[in-house]
Design a protein around this ligand. Structure first.
Ligand code: HEM
Length: 127
């Protein structure tokens, strides 16, 4: 269906409502990992889901971020003081991919996400 090709992957997974369902699972997964939960200990609960929503929006090309935003600077600034290690990052990516598998997200979208996770890793992981 050609219409499919003009839709963003964000739209194809079902837009905001589907993403909300994925987020709820992603949230449980992240907070269920002792290695990751600590990062969010001092973060307001209502700020955690928006954080995860931003992650998904960045990797799926959703509407969350203005194209004027310089992603490298934005993400580097947001994480600079957190000390996220490569292992923390890899585990977060695994939780995300496991969640997407549960929702039967199509392979091409999973590939996009894997690529985006690799692309933004240097901005999130502490130097
Ligand atoms: C694809 C990977 C990621 C993206 C796109 C992303 C995106 C973001 C964004 C946009 C912010 C700023 C939110 C704001 O200022 O309102 C942020 C903050 C934050 N990120 Fe990430 N993040 C990613 C990975 C991670 C990982 C792996 C961790 C730790 C395990 C993490 C922990 C945090 C924390 C604790 C904050 C501060 C939240 C707060 O104080 O409200 N992020 N992230």
């Amino acid at each position: 269906m050609t219409e499919t090709q003009s839709q963003s992957q964000w739209e194809r997974v079902g837009g905001a409502p589907a993403v909300k369902a994925v987020l709820d699972r992603f949230y449980e997964g992240v907070l269920g990992e002792p290695q990751l939960a600590g990062f969010f200990e001092n973060v307001e609960v209502e700020n955690i889901k928006p954080h995860l929503a931003e992650v998904l929006s960045v990797v799926l090309g959703g509407p969350g971020l203005s194209p004027d935003v310089d992603l490298a600077t934005y993400l580097t600034d947001a994480h600079a003081r957190l000390g996220v290690s490569e292992s923390d990052y890899a585990l977060t990516g695994k939780v995300l991919l496991d969640t997407l598998a549960e929702f039967d997200v199509p392979d091409d979208i999973v590939e996009t996400i894997t690529g985006a996770l690799a692309f933004v890793q240097p901005f999130v992981v502490a130097a």
